[in-house]
Design a protein around this ligand. Structure first.
Ligand code: SAM
Length: 273
């Protein structure tokens, strides 16, 4: 991908399939980012028009949940973050929130999408407290064994494991192999999850599933509330438990006018005992 095709991008990103819509770049476009291609934008317009009109609320509610959950972890004294499926950097990323509260906080991002990785790397160039690993999160050994991980994270102390809006790209079979991340967490660590569901929006979810199957490189798996609760097994689920993203410890200063179920994602935080 040339600089020309990337418009005003700060970095050149080689080997990108810009003709196939991609989840990271669709999400970036939805949130007002600039690191996306015509195919991503067209896919998003189509999703909004005909597939899932609640799309914009889903992304915003998810992003706000991520930020509240990071602050919750910081309040508990957790200063290390492993962000799986971190996405393309945009305003309010995990390291910005964490380091505005605690300049010594450490953040390791992980993503498989080259545009997300290149832009994160560029953004973090001059910082020692954060890094990115270009890996598939379904390969925990590659992530946990990467030089950046070893440099940044000390697993003998609590770490917040963030899997926010990424598990729906991972099937239940693949998910099983991801227990490795849990196994390395010290007591006092946190597990943060949000993931798409078809609960209370079966028809819309079926359209989304079909759309991704027909048009995108990544497929989508929806999980029920009980399935999401089960993902917290072995942790102490903090109140209010598994709820719609906007219902998780809402910030009264950030109201929204939507019915919570239209946020489309269940969310929660569990603490490792
Ligand atoms: N976690 C961020 C947030 O909530 O704002 C970004 C969420 S975005 C919807 C999902 C991200 O997960 C994308 O950047 C995508 O590239 C990444 N992703 C999907 N499957 C992945 C995989 N198997 N390994 C690594 N990253 C993955």
């Amino acid at each position: 991908v040339s600089q020309e095709r990337c418009g005003a991008w700060a970095v050149d990103v080689p080997d990108v399939d810009c003709a196939t819509p991609n989840a990271a770049r669709i999400y970036d476009y939805d949130l007002g980012g600039e690191h996306n291609f015509a195919a991503d934008r067209a896919a998003w317009e189509e999703i909004q028009r005909a597939v899932a009109p609640t799309g914009p609320f889903i992304a915003r509610a998810n992003r706000a949940f991520l930020q509240r959950a990071v602050r919750f972890c910081l309040d508990r004294g957790i200063d290390q973050f492993l962000d799986l499926g971190s996405g393309i950097p945009i305003v309010g990323d995990v390291h910005e929130i964490a380091q505005s509260r605690d300049p010594r906080a450490r953040v390791l991002y992980v993503d498989v999408e080259p545009v997300a990785v290149a832009h994160t790397r560029h953004l973090l160039e001059s910082d020692d407290g954060e890094g990115i690993v270009h890996a598939d999160v379904r390969d925990p050994d590659a992530v946990l064994g990467a030089a950046e991980t070893v440099r940044l994270l000390d697993f003998s102390r609590p770490v917040a494991l963030l899997t926010v809006a990424v598990l729906h790209y991972i099937t239940p079979q693949e998910q099983a192999g991801m227990h490795r991340y849990r196994d390395v967490l010290a007591p006092g660590s946190a597990v943060v999850i949000s993931t798409l569901t078809a609960d209370e929006r079966e028809e819309e979810a079926a359209r989304v599933e079909r759309f991704f199957a027909e048009n995108a490189a990544t497929q989508v798996t929806f999980r029920t509330r009980d399935e999401v609760r089960a993902l917290f097994d072995g942790t102490e689920l903090v109140p209010p438990g598994v709820v719609w993203t906007p219902q998780w410890r809402p910030d009264p200063a950030d109201p929204h006018g939507w019915e919570p179920h239209r946020a489309g994602c269940w969310a929660g935080v569990g603490l490792v005992r």
